[in-house]
Design a protein around this ligand. Structure first.
Ligand code: PSU
Ligand code: MN
Length: 305
């Protein structure tokens, strides 16, 4: 099933061929989500955490028109330095970027697509895209949800930021048959905070239980992914009042300035970071580390059974 546009890093290809655990990572978080050099330091540290927990990391990106499953440290450095000059690549961008031989930072959507092409089952990130507030008139719904509906890759995240309408995001996932699992929680985490007013579909307390549920889904031949929401560690979680005030203001500014399309999410994320200061960057980094640990354990259990 190998794709002629895909390059799998040799270390990743060897692990996959030997049935060893591999965890995919996205690159939008590197080039668009954090400033240089913290983005490169974080990306390299996440890879290290995945190794320490028994899996091989595969950071995913588009470089020079090639779909890359697994980057070298030099490629991660290149990506982090280029920052916002790398195009954000969602599903609709992938073919054009490859045809033109350009670079692209992969979102949750395109990271899932490329992970699946390579044969990787588990992917760790920070937050996913979803149904935006006001989507009943703008129709702004992230392609991430559509990808979860059709591509059999597990996404381990810290829930979703309330820049989104979390209730509508869960409704959309339910309609498309995507199970939402809370790791050690009944509530959907909201990225910077450990919970929200919304419940998940199932609470699971071990990596083994999550791996077994996903293996069952795949072996049954059900299409689509699984969303695992892992709450931010208590010591890095933020005051929900501070966060929700910043988010409300960012959403209002986006509306006033007529921000739309692919710019909406990056605009909101950048404004929330500015309004909440350096604390939110540290929280963001720590929750990605936390998700990488869990994803590596799930991937290891998936491969053992
Ligand atoms: N939400 C976050 N952090 C992120 C993103 C979303 O809290 O980094 C990024 C991810 O790459 C996600 C993308 O896949 O934004 C979604 O963009 P859009 O809403 O335009 O589909
Ligand atoms: Mn959108």
């Amino acid at each position: 099933m190998l794709n002629k546009y895909l390059d799998i890093k040799p270390e990743v290809a060897e692990a996959l061929a030997a049935g060893k655990p591999v965890v995919a990572l996205e690159s939008t978080i590197i080039s668009h989500g954090m400033p240089y050099p913290q983005n490169v330091e974080t990306a390299l540290a996440v890879e290290q955490i995945i190794r320490e927990n028994g899996a091989v990391p595969a950071t995913i990106a588009v470089i020079g028109g090639r779909l890359k499953a697994g980057l070298t440290p030099e490629e991660i450095e290149y990506f982090g330095k280029k920052g916002l000059d790398v195009a954000k690549a969602s599903r609709r961008d992938l073919a054009v970027l490859c045809a033109r031989g350009e670079d692209g930072a992969t979102t949750v959507t395109t990271t899932m697509m490329i992970a699946h092409m390579a044969g990787i089952k588990v992917f760790a990130t920070g937050g996913i895209g979803g149904v935006h507030r006001g989507a009943e008139t703008t129709m702004d719904i992230s392609a991430d949800l559509e990808e979860l509906a059709q591509t059999p890759v597990m996404v381990v995240c810290a829930g979703a930021k309330s820049i989104l309408d979390l209730g509508l995001t869960l409704e959309y996932l339910e309609t498309h048959g995507v199970p939402v699992i809370g790791y050690g929680t009944d509530k959907l985490p909201a990225f910077f905070t450990r919970d929200s007013e919304f419940g998940v579909d199932y609470r699971m307390d071990t990596a083994e239980e999550i791996a077994k549920a996903f293996k069952t889904q795949n072996e049954m031949g059900l299409r689509g992914g699984m969303l695992v929401a892992n709450p931010i560690p208590v010591e890095y979680s933020m005051d929900s009042k501070v966060i929700s005030a910043a988010i409300d203001q960012a959403v209002k500014e986006a509306e006033e300035q007529g921000v739309h399309g692919k710019e909406t999410t990056p605009f909101l994320l950048a404004r929330v970071t500015e309004l909440t200061g350096g604390n939110s960057l540290e929280s963001n980094i720590q929750l990605v580390f936390n998700n990488a640990r869990l994803a590596a354990k799930i991937s290891a259990s998936y491969c053992e059974n």
